[in-house]
Ligand binder design. Structure first.
Ligand code: CA
Length: 225
């Protein structure tokens, strides 16, 4: 088998056509017709690649991608009917590997799939993040400080994950809002300060020292002393 591919596409004719072509090339294929079922399959199944339409009923393709990237690094190629710069930029920012504009030639799609599959990360690559005494097992969503488990809420975990992915880099409130809360989040930016205060107090007491530092007027940074 060449690999297992998930197609998330609401236009049945396109989904069927691509499915047949992929099966002909030796890929195993699953399909979903809307954003929610696509996300569920993407999170629960094991896929080598996901073809993700942007304009979907339920959840948009970009929202599916954003939620998927909190959990998994499965390669994603976006299918977009609109050749708009904004969709491409948002999609690539959110961790898409590539995009293709409809209508596309099947040979071009197959070539891009082969390229994306060659670049795929090893399964273990992104499972652990560490800094000083803090260790995060991303797949199990567990955090330890000096080997002792630290209980975090889902949101605190996501905030810490962003810190650990960007060690010693000052992150703005807007970065936290877009990466943890989502581009569509509407509300007070001080929600970020509130969550970082919770997270900092838990980590401070677990580590016996402060690792999250406030950079006045800019944001926050995770670093040793
Ligand atoms: Ca569509």
């Amino acid at each position: 088998m060449a690999g297992r591919i998930l197609i998330v596409e609401d236009e049945a004719a396109i989904a069927r056509f691509v499915e047949l072509e992929l099966q002909h090339e030796g890929y195993a294929v699953d399909k979903a017709e809307d954003g929610r079922s696509g996300l569920e399959l993407a999170l629960t199944g094991t896929y080598d690649l996901i073809l993700l339409d942007i304009m979907l009923p339920g959840l948009s393709g970009l929202e599916v991608l954003r939620r998927l990237r909190r959990e998994k690094e499965t390669p994603v190629i976006l299918l977009t009917a609109r050749d708009t710069v904004m969709d491409k930029v948002s999609g690539l920012d959110m961790g898409a590997d590539d995009y293709i504009t409809k209508p596309f030639a099947i040979e071009e799609l197959l070539a891009r799939i082969r390229t994306a599959l060659r670049k795929r990360p090893s399964p273990q690559a992104d499972n652990r993040l560490t800094l000083g005494p803090i260790a995060m097992d991303v797949a199990r969503r567990q955090v330890t400080a000096d080997g002792t488990p630290v209980e975090l809420t889902a949101r605190e975990f996501d905030v810490l994950k962003l810190f650990l992915e960007n060690p010693e880099i000052v992150l703005s409130r807007e970065t936290f809002l877009s990466r943890v809360w989502g581009y569509d989040y509407v509300g007070e930016t001080n929600v970020v300060d509130v969550y970082i205060r919770y997270l900092r107090s838990k980590l401070d007491s677990a580590c016996g020292r402060s690792l999250i530092h406030t950079v006045r007027g800019v944001g926050y940074v995770l670093r040793e002393a």
